[in-house]
Design a protein around this ligand. Sequence first.
Ligand code: PMP
Length: 361
Amino acid sequence: QIPSEQIRLRGALEALPAYVAGKPAADGAGPRFKVSSNESPFPPPAAVREAVITAMDSANRYPDMGSAALREVLGALHQVDPTQIAVSTGSVAVSGDLLRAVVDPGDEVVFAWRSFEAYPILVGSHGGVSVPVPLTATFEHDLEAMAAAITDRTRLVLLCTPNNPTGPSLSTEQIREFLARVPGDVVVALDEAYREFHEPDTVADTAAIFRDHPNVVLLRTFSKMQGLAGLRIGYAVAHPRLARALGQVTVPFGAGSLAQAAALASCEPEVEEELERRAAWIRSERARVAAALREQGWQLPESQGNFLYFPMAERSGEFAAFAEQRGLVLRGYGDDGVRATIAEQEANDLLIEICRAWREQ
Ligand code: PMP
């Protein structure tokens, strides 16, 4: 037998950070809630479930390869041509496609840190060089420093707004000012996975920004507000040239027929209305929980996502363990902080209680 050490792996793999997925809530005494992955607490609406069941009848067939029907609908939704939409298995996969489309080995990718933990993994695994730029003291993107970090080797900038895991978002003006400093041959991706949880009156007009900047890509997902995290479907809105490139490098038949059917059903107006009501409820719960915690004396960054961030530094692990013992599975980020998803009311109430108990110990 050939010894397994002979299997040659790329050297870059050793330097890759691991993606720490949210743990499932283990069975035990009392309520247990997994609020560690920014998932929706609601199962998909009945019409979506029906569409998936119907799609099962032709699961012996390959899916619509170019996701033509879905791209048609999404194009109309974003008021762009369907050739400007690229679909894949979640927006994290679309981000990978983006790297394959624009980043050559050794090219640099600038992103804020902390931000979505998949970024350095994606960049490293595609042979790119990560240029993480520390967030400001208020856990926001330091756009000044990010613009200054752009070099001749920079091919891509990832802006996560609202920023996972810390919560703050970028305004229209901030993004426009930043773009004015970015060379036109650098692609700027706006990762808007949590856009639907943003207060609607202050959310950035990224559609207008996109129209003015051919190098801007919008990344969107059905995993969060639409509650389809388990089906894996997301997309990019991009310049036709870039969208075509994304289609060239993506996994053939990546987005499955059940996922496409669910996404299409989620775009139906009545379903959209229901999903929007749910997002509004999450926003109101976020405000309620944040107010209760601030009342307790917690200092939290302003969050526009379906989550709150606790910048607990070296006490992060201890706080996450404290919460878990009391029935709430949170997401810890080393010695930086801990993130809690806004979920069903019972989980949110438990979060408030756990935070009170922590301060009173
Ligand atoms: N972007 C951000 C900022 C995220 O937090 C996530 C999910 N955690 C994603 C993208 C990936 O979403 P998807 O399920 O569509 O791959």
